[in-house]
Design a protein around this ligand. Structure first.
Ligand SMILES: [Zn+2]
Length: 413
């Protein structure tokens, strides 16, 4: 496949905290037919995470091929007003160009939905729905300005109506607040780990649907869904009570299938997205890190985080499917930094010498694997490479909601 011969469209799906430890079983049990199909005719393996187990940092490494030191996103929050006053990171701290910047410069039509650290939305050669658009009515939430602005945030009532498909629990929103010093209620757990996650993922799934339905199919689509991480943090011990020793059987009954059902729901979203493509695209699915029980070295000891029972693990998943992919291959030694170089090579473009990964040739047939890897010193010189202007925050309410989420995960004090 030469670069001039119209390479296939590309669909990059970021699914947070995926681990084959779980997904192998879900696939074997028929819970994820889309991933099962993609995997059986694709190449897959583990994806080594970065040293910093912070999702905005890692998803930015995936999008740039670079370490946090180079791309500028080093933690969930930053402290522009001094310690004790954290602010969520945003694109104005980003110091590297992303795949959608680079591909856009090559005149590829790109679309980006919900990817971490994309607010404030920047001009791209295509469409972009930023990662806090789900809060609704925020300046710079999308590009072109106002794009999909009629898509409403998902109402809590909608997540509540969906609940019976995920758990057997009589949820009461009035009990879902967490008071300082008190153990979190089950209702709080469900609100914090399911309602918010589902609402966010549903919003970005709808945004993706609207984007694929209303406009031309983008040549490169990037979609990120995060709820798979929220549910593993919140519901691991109900799925896997043994290492915890103290999980009441009735709670295992109520919540034991939340994680598998959530992945099953995500699998249906993957199917929905791919159904738009008549010609098979290159599909790349990846996770920033894996997940496992919060026991042993990963144990949660601090009282206020006792509602968390799943923790990150250093290996996520990587799955490739589509034209040029070596069907049935197992890929070894892949790392998050390799995604960007690999995608550029696949599309017939040079890899930046300042990127920290390498092309995963093992994913591909000889037509792509044997093509010499071309190099360019850097992509940090393109037309749209300009520092983002310092813009006002989206408002206290959105900042507060984001910080509250990070606090409930124990990422910040
Ligand atoms: Zn997490």
């Amino acid at each position: 496949m030469a670069a001039s011969a119209h390479p296939p469209r590309v669909v990059v799906l970021g699914l947070d905290a995926g681990t084959w430890d779980l997904l192998d079983g879900f696939i074997a049990r028929g819970l994820m037919p889309n991933l099962a199909r993609l995997r059986s005719r694709g190449a897959s393996g583990k994806l080594q995470s970065s040293d910093v187990s912070s999702s905005p940092v890692i998803w930015t490494s995936i999008a740039t091929g670079k370490t946090p030191q180079k791309h500028g996103i080093t933690w969930f929050v930053r402290f522009p007003e001094g310690p004790g006053n954290p602010r969520p990171v945003d694109r104005t701290q980003l110091t590297s160009r992303t795949l959608w910047n680079i591909l856009g410069d090559k005149r590829l039509d790109v679309a980006v939905v919900g990817w971490y650290v994309t607010w404030p939305a920047e001009p791209v050669n295509g469409r972009l729905v930023s990662d806090i658009a789900h809060y609704g009515s925020i300046d710079d939430e999308a590009f072109p300005p106002g794009y999909l602005s009629t898509l409403a945030p998902v109402k809590e009532s909608e997540a509540i109506s969906a609940m019976p498909s995920f758990m057997d629990f009589a949820y009461d929103p009035s009990r879902a607040t967490h008071r300082e010093g008190e153990p979190p209620s089950l209702d709080f757990l469900v609100y914090d780990r399911f309602v918010r996650a589902y609402s966010r993922d549903l919003f970005y799934s709808r945004a993706t649907e609207a984007l694929l339905r209303d406009g031309p199919l983008p040549e490169a689509l990037f979609v990120y869904l995060r709820g798979t991480d929220d549910v593993q943090h919140g519901f691991w011990k109900f799925m896997d009570p043994e290492p915890f020793g103290d999980v009441p059987p009735d709670q295992v009954e109520k919540f034991g299938k939340v994680i598998e059902r959530y992945w099953s729901w995500i699998d249906a979203r993957v199917g929905e997205i791919l159904a738009h493509y008549k010609e098979p695209p290159l599909v790349l699915i990846m996770s920033d890190h894996g997940a496992g029980a919060a026991v042993g070295d990963n144990v949660v000891t601090e009282h206020r985080y006792l509602h968390l029972s799943g923790a990150h693990r250093s290996q996520g998943i990587l799955l490739a499917n589509g034209p040029g992919v070596r069907a049935g291959a197992t890929i070894e030694g892949a790392a998050v930094y390799d995604v960007a170089p690999t995608l550029l090579h696949y599309l017939g473009y040079a890899v930046g010498d300042d990127m920290d990964g390498h092309v995963l040739t093992g994913l591909f047939d000889p037509s792509i694997a044997d093509r010499p890897v071309e190099h360019v010193a850097t992509y940090e010189t393109g037309a749209t490479s300009q520092p983002a202007p310092a813009l006002p925050r989206p408002g206290e309410a959105v900042d507060r909601a984001q910080l509250e989420h990070l606090r409930s995960l124990g990422y910040i004090e």
